[in-house]
Design a protein around this ligand. Structure first.
Ligand SMILES: [Cu+2]
Length: 322
């Protein structure tokens, strides 16, 4: 404890680690491979650096003139050319299998995710000709089943990264990239956008909820039906009156626009504004009146003309959508 600053730095660094968004706490085979490789690389680097230090100390202690020019050249050849070539070749051979794209079959669940400024459009496409289901900012997947993410973007390049599940994959306008994963553990994990995409790039996250297979099927079936809570209320009337339906969809109502996030089951989501705020009615009301206050550059118009009480009523209505 001689240097309190050092300890403060180390400890505050550790508080940034949590199991929800971590490459060390994995719940998928691909992420496990990445972690394994990082471990091998770290150990290898430590061994090499330790060996260099040992060599350096030996050289310091050796009597002058002990090393001939020939010895020096031989060392450069081994440590500078042959050694690195062998190490890099071994690493390449070790890493090649991990680069093989994972295969997915016709029966797998396909989830299409579009990167938007600054949120995620999610579409589930189960096999067997079952209708597609739209959602946003939260992705549910079944444990133990292969899930193929089809990733693309509407505006600029984003990157889809669920550290606990797999490596990063770019989302590129006009192109569909595939990321095939299989979750091994039930739980909630966090994903983020890993490619700078504009003002609110750092405010673009999502939750991944890995569920038991039967729970997932039941959830998917339930989600297709009209949104519960979409009944006549003051909030519903205000939602209609202010034209929110021009951009948002709520299943079971007349609103089916796809410009903004689908709100059909908004009340079920754990976050507001793509992973950034807890969805309390106060936060939702503030977001409606000033989306840019929470997310600079957000593509939703501000509604300062809506009174705080009316915004609260809309928030209550939205929270009830399941
Ligand atoms: Cu992004």
């Amino acid at each position: 404890m001689r240097n309190p600053w050092l300890w403060t730095m180390v400890l505050s660094g550790l508080t940034a680690c949590n199991a929800e968004q971590s490459t060390l706490h994995v719940f998928g085979a691909e992420a496990r491979e990445v972690r394994q490789m990082a471990l091998v690389l770290t150990i290898g680097a430590v061994v090499i650096v330790a060996a260099m230090i040992a060599l350096y100390l030996r050289a310091l202690r050796a009597p002058e003139g002990k090393l001939t020019h020939h010895d020096g050249m031989r060392m450069v050849l081994w440590l500078g050319a042959i050694g690195p070539t062998l190490i890099l070749a071994a690493l390449l051979i070790y890493a090649l299998p991990a680069m093989r794209p994972r295969t997915s079959g016709p029966g797998d669940l396909v989830v299409r995710v579009d990167g938007e400024q600054f949120w995620w459009r999610v579409a589930y496409r189960p096999s067997g000709g079952v209708a597609m289901l739209l959602s946003a900012n939260e992705i549910r997947i079944p444990v133990g089943r292969t899930v193929a993410f089809e990733l693309t973007a509407q505006d600029v390049i984003h990157s889809f990264w669920i550290p606990g599940l797999a490596g990063k994959m770019d989302m590129i306008p006009g192109r569909t990239n595939r990321l095939v994963v299989k979750a091994e553990k039930v739980g909630r994990y966090r994903g983020v956008c890993a490619e700078f995409c504009g003002l609110s790039h750092a405010l673009m996250a999502f939750d991944v909820i890995a569920m038991d297979g039967p729970d997932f099927d039941a959830w998917l079936n339930r989600s297709r039906s009209p949104s519960q809570g979409a009944t006549a209320s003051q909030g519903a009337a205000l939602f209609d009156a202010h034209g929110c339906g021009a951009c948002h969809a709520i299943r079971g109502t007349a609103h089916d626009a796809t410009i903004g996030p689908d709100l059909s089951r908004f009340g079920e989501r754990r976050t507001l504004g793509a992973g950034i705020l807890p969805p309390t009615s106060a936060n939702i009301a503030a977001f409606i009146r000033s989306p840019q206050g929470a997310k600079p550059g957000a593509r939703m118009p501000a509604y300062p003309q809506i009174s705080a009480a009316d915004a609260q009523a809309i928030a209550l209505y939205l929270k009830g959508l399941q």
